[in-house]
Design a binder for this molecule. Structure first.
Ligand SMILES: [Fe+2]
Length: 185
């Protein structure tokens, strides 16, 4: 089942600088603790709305998804991800981290795993965003050519779970945050 969702309009967190003119200014405004999902969502949205802060880092590759870590400290990591319609993360979790995604250009599909059935899919277009907790398992694929998204995680990603369904048996493989997530079936 594929659903196209209305663009969500979550309430921005007051803990995050409302008009950052640089990534440093945004980071300097963050509280020195692990961040809430609302705060992560606000970070991703603020950056997605300001392409002049990351435009020079954009690149696309069908074979190896292009991604750049914009910031990392003890409480949060922030990434720029670039997507072609071929790029596919495969099923994965984020271990103990909560996360947020804001689509800065193009469109992505988020897939939610349904055991024994077709996965649920959501198309999220430019301006759309969502947040999730560490319990979330999903798969993300590019939809439009040259799509771009900003992701924020707290605590910072360290290990992630990548899933394979070998012979119908679901198995989890631990991956480093620095590895490219991709289907391993
Ligand atoms: Fe993810």
């Amino acid at each position: 089942m594929t659903l196209t969702v209305d663009q969500p309009t979550p309430t921005p967190s007051a803990d995050v600088c409302a008009e950052p003119d640089s990534l440093d200014a945004l980071v300097a405004s963050l509280p020195e603790r692990d961040l809430t999902q609302d705060e992560l969502l606000t970070i991703a949205q603020r950056l997605a709305e300001r392409p002049h802060l990351w435009r020079d880092l954009v690149a696309f590759d069908d074979d190896r998804r292009h991604f750049v870590q914009l910031h990392r400290d003890g409480h949060v990591d922030i990434w720029l991800l670039c997507w072609t319609p071929v790029n596919d993360t495969g099923w994965h979790d984020h271990d103990v981290s909560s996360g947020a995604v804001a689509v800065a250009g193009g469109a992505l599909v988020e897939h939610d795993l349904v055991l024994g059935g077709e996965s649920n899919e959501r198309v999220v277009t430019t301006g759309g965003s969502w947040a999730f907790g560490p319990d979330h398992i999903h798969r993300m694929t590019g939809l439009d050519d040259r799509s771009v998204s900003v992701h924020a995680y707290s605590p910072p990603l360290w290990r992630m779970g990548q899933y394979t369904a070998d012979g119908g048996v679901l198995r989890r493989v631990s991956r480093s945050y620095a590895d490219e997530l991709r289907p391993i079936d």
